[in-house]
Design a protein around this ligand. Structure first.
Ligand code: XCC
Length: 635
């Protein structure tokens, strides 16, 4: 293992174990894949029809157009917007699943679930313009579920989706409407992207990219509803102290890893694990059942219930190589197919649960909301049985874990600020931005990628920004990186925050009853929870009477990998946020598309992509952008 692979100490401890046991990991496969296809890296390989594959010669010597006549600009634009469509489909399908579950709860058909946060439900109703006065909770829930599902059904092209219309500033909505990129129906917009990129359809790269931006905004809509409805059903996050990294696995417990994205399953597994704890103890597990999280399912249960996070995307296989995970139960997205093979090298049950997400070699328990408790009991039962087969001689749990204070959703941030000024919670934040104590705000999102040493770019950029008094927010596997490396602790604030940022975080944290500062990085949740950051930013913008593209706010996805990250980055740009990528996006085979997304976007949306692979320089560039914005605001 070299630091080229990961800076996570658990990886350093476990990769030699994997090697010794002849188990290949994502890093081995990355190495075996070299050199990677240059045409693919540039985005100039077209596989959209069977006359192809075609690829344009980037050096100008060979063919400059595909067999149908599509040039590099068209090919690159088509490829990237299909990625956006897939990302939007993933988040929105997750959102639809939650909306349908909320409808089931409202109708009394799903006894395993309740509305855990009625206040949130009412505030969601208000946001969507639903009058909840004098209505029963179930009736309000039904109206909200139907209004959410309307975002998948509306056929009026001039009527934007309900959630996006409720989430953005009036100025932003007007700007997006003017560019004809406001989505009216998530499903329709995704379908349009697939249709317009079919052979012989849209070949104008600008028109294609605008279609992609509409798809990215549909992605945003799906994320907003997934987040807000999940809060109503499972509870709104509030600060909780927990831990992260593979040291959260307990030798004496039945360890069940929940992995994927959708909390509908993991929430019930957590509930049922409590009920079956005795059974685990009877099977010899002196510490009962220990639920641990991976990827965004991990983030969901971490921010709501303080369930410890075992790891983020790139080291999901290493959790299995500890030899102490008895079951890995997965729902959807970001689950490496390799886990079933590695699970089979140990006693570990890999359990898939969703009809549209099976893995060859894994056990499948068909999860249904109607039978959620029964399904979860079966899953926990498999884990307990597996525990009995665990080989103690093969257990290698790295002794690394860090304390993490997590659970900073919009309400928690407003609550903490409200402890300083109850009448006007935004005032302390705005005052401290205006006087420069907080130089700006950076939202970290996105995955890990084998092209970067795992977590290294996140950690390097965050430390530099914090030193320069930038307030840090994080979601997804970015949040996982910070939690694992101890940056979501009060000690990290003391150690890494610049003086003025430290003073602000200390004042807020102390007033909010944390007995010290807020953590250096605020964990807002999973990837769909990026919508929470937009909510806070929108409130600040509204209060200042400006739009999102005027705020000293930046986003960074330094280790991005998935199609979902492409969609998120693109809506971030469309909302006016300068968005850093630390991975070379697969678009550079077209100078035109590259310019559109990094330059022209600035004029159209105020936001734009900035690509910088070196994390130190990326931090400097983000600081420059923050300062530009401050200057324009006259602060
Ligand atoms: Fe997946 Fe959300 Fe990326 Fe992590 S950050 S690798 S998308 S789990 Ni979403």
């Amino acid at each position: 293992m070299t630091t080229n692979q990961s800076i996570d100490p658990s990886a350093a401890a476990l990769l030699p174990v994997a090697k010794k046991q002849g188990i290949s990991t994502v890093w081995d496969r990355h190495k075996a894949m070299q050199p990677q296809c240059g045409f693919g890296q540039l985005g100039v390989c077209c596989r959209i029809c069977w006359k192809g594959p075609c690829r344009v010669d980037p050096f100008g010597d060979g063919p400059q157009v595909g067999i149908c006549g599509a040039n590099a600009d068209t090919i690159v634009a088509r490829n990237v917007i299909r990625m956006i469509a897939a990302g939007a489909a993933s988040h929105s399908e997750h959102g639809r699943h939650i909306a349908l579950a909320l409808l089931g709860v409202a109708k009394g058909e799903l006894p395993a679930y309740q509305i855990r946060d009625e206040q949130k439900l009412r505030s969601v109703a208000a946001k969507l313009g639903i009058n909840s006065e004098g209505k029963e909770i179930a009736a309000i829930a039904e109206e909200i579920a139907l209004a959410s599902l309307e975002d998948f059904r509306n056929q009026d092209h001039d009527k934007p989706c309900n959630w996006i219309a409720s989430a953005l500033t009036a100025k932003r909505l007007e700007r997006l409407a003017g560019l004809h990129v406001l989505p009216h129906n998530i499903d329709a917009v995704i379908t349009q992207i697939m249709a317009r990129t079919h052979v012989g359809c849209d070949s104008d790269p600008v028109n294609l990219i605008l279609g992609g931006i509409k798809g990215a905004l549909a992605d945003f809509d799906g994320m907003c509803l997934a987040t807000e409805l999940s809060d109503a059903v499972f509870g709104t996050p509030s600060p909780v102290v927990t831990a992260a990294n593979l040291g959260v696995i307990k030798e004496g417990a039945v360890n069940i890893a929940v992995h994927g994205h959708n909390p509908l399953l993991s929430e019930i597994v957590c509930d049922v694990a409590l009920l079956m704890d005795d059974e685990a103890r009877k099977a010899g597990a002196k510490d009962g059942i220990n639920i641990i999280g991976i990827c965004c399912t991990g983030n969901e249960v971490m921010v709501r219930h303080g369930i410890p996070l075992a790891t983020n995307y790139l080291s999901q296989e290493l959790a299995l190589i500890t030899g102490a995970v008895d079951a890995m139960v997965v729902d959807v997205q970001c689950i490496m197919p390799s886990v079933s093979e590695i699970g089979a090298c140990f006693h570990t049950e890999i359990i898939t649960t969703m009809d549209d997400n099976k893995i060859t070699g894994a056990r499948h328990v068909r999860f249904r909301e109607e039978t959620a408790v029964e399904n979860a009991r079966q899953i926990v039962g498999f884990a307990i049985d597996a525990f009995k087969r665990r080989d103690p001689l093969r257990v290698n749990i790295p002794d690394f874990k860090q304390t993490a204070i997590v659970g900073f959703g919009t309400e928690a941030i407003m609550g903490a600020l409200g402890a300083i000024n109850a009448e006007d919670p935004l005032k302390p934040l705005i005052d401290n931005i205006a006087n420069g104590n907080i130089r700006g705000i950076a939202l970290f999102a996105g995955c890990n990628n084998t092209q970067v040493a795992q977590d290294s770019s996140f950690v390097t950029i965050a430390k530099k920004l914090a030193k320069n008094n930038v307030l840090l927010l994080a979601t997804g596997c970015g949040a996982g990186s910070f939690a694992k490396h101890g940056l979501m602790s009060q000690e990290a604030t003391d150690e890494y925050a610049g003086e003025s940022l430290k003073a602000v975080l200390t004042a807020i944290g102390t007033a909010a009853g944390l007995n010290g500062p807020l953590p250096l990085v605020l964990h807002m949740g999973s990837c769909v929870d990026n919508s929470r950051a937009v909510e806070v930013a929108g409130a600040v913008a509204n209060r200042l009477g400006v739009d999102l593209d005027q705020l000293p706010l930046v986003a960074s996805a330094p280790e991005a990998m998935s199609e979902k990250a492409v969609a998120i980055g693109t809506w971030s740009v469309a909302l006016g946020i300068p968005t850093h990528l630390g991975i070379m996006p697969q678009i550079t085979g077209s100078a035109m598309v590259t310019e559109l997304l990094t330059e022209t976007a600035k004029e159209l949306f105020g936001g734009y992509f900035m690509v910088e692979l070196d994390p130190n320089q990326a931090a400097d560039k983000l600081l420059t952008v923050i300062d530009e914005r401050r200057k324009a605001l006259g602060i």
